[in-house]
Write a protein that binds this ligand. Structure first.
Ligand code: ADP
Ligand code: MG
Length: 256
């Protein structure tokens, strides 16, 4: 069995990509699956958010993408059982430009991942807030993309650009790239706006929108500063509950 590879992507920042990557990853691991997170954002929020210290990081995703360093040798085991990560550091900020000058640059992550696909059930790629070489590498290496959408007025803005990039990658590099699902995040039940946005997103994406909606939850925002997933930080929180529910939907959609 080869890992199912999912890019968590939306070129807007602050929509819940990293939060979803870490917490879906931890919940999938709790369900007995072997999970690898790839941090593909120079901010390194997935790396620090899952508790990996800068001092633990030797080579990282930059070295894999730019210098074709073996990905297997960059993997770090996290404190969460069955959950590993390929870390990112600020040096990744240079990768967009350096990759632009190189050959077969779109395939770097796909080629790097290939030897470890047999070691995992799920690979989750935490994408940066842009649609450049890093995202194209992620989409080329993926079976599908999961799109977190913030439940706010401009939720759909920019999504046509994202879908255009998906079509481009389908056409040139990865014809089988699918939409895994669309996840509404940071829902605030106290405003009417949230309900309108949900309706709008459901009209646009139909049944590709998950039934699970991630509400605003303080515990979800606190967990990364403790280097923990929500299930490690506060297993009884609403945040933990909703990410467990999302995980069941993702597993069901993949026949598990
Ligand atoms: P992205 O990776 O898309 O930039 P993040 O996952 O880093 O977004 O989320 C942006 C900020 O919002 C972070 O500080 C995060 O802790 C916080 N956050 C994410 N999801 C929630 C949520 N459901 N409730 C409250 N805060 C959240
Ligand atoms: Mg992020």
């Amino acid at each position: 069995m080869m890992a199912h590879v999912i890019s968590i992507a939306n070129q807007k920042g602050g929509v819940g990509k990293t939060t979803t990557t870490i917490n879906l990853g931890a919940c999938l691991a709790d369900e007995g699956h072997r999970v690898l997170i790839i941090d593909s954002d120079a901010q390194g929020n997935a790396t620090s958010g899952i508790g990996v210290q800068k001092a633990q990081v030797g080579k990282d995703i930059y070295d894999v993408l730019v210098d074709e360093y073996p990905l297997a040798e960059t993997i770090i085991h996290t404190a969460h059982e069955r959950l590993d990560i390929v870390p990112a550091t600020i040096q990744l900020a240079g990768a967009e430009i350096e990759l632009t000058a190189q050959m077969a640059r779109e395939m770097r992550l796909k080629l790097g991942l290939e030897p470890v696909l047999k070691d995992y059930d799920y690979v989750l790629i935490d994408c940066p807030p842009s649609l450049g070489q890093l995202s194209i590498n992620a989409f080329t290496a993926s079976n599908s993309i999961l799109i977190p959408v913030q439940s706010e007025y401009y939720a759909l803005e920019g999504l046509s650009q994202l879908l255009n990039t998906v079509r481009l990658v389908q056409k040139h590099f990865n014809p089988n790239l699918a939409i895994e699902g669309v996840l509404l995040t940071m829902y605030d039940a106290r405003t009417n706006l949230g309900a309108q946005v949900i309706e709008e997103v459901r009209k646009y994406f139909g049944d590709r929108v998950y039934d699970t909606i991630i509400p605003r939850n303080t515990r979800l925002a606190e967990a990364p500063s403790h280097g923990m997933s929500i299930v490690d930080y506060d297993a009884k929180s609403r945040g933990a509950e909703v990410y467990q529910s999302l995980t069941k939907e993702v597993l069901a959609a993949n026949g598990q």
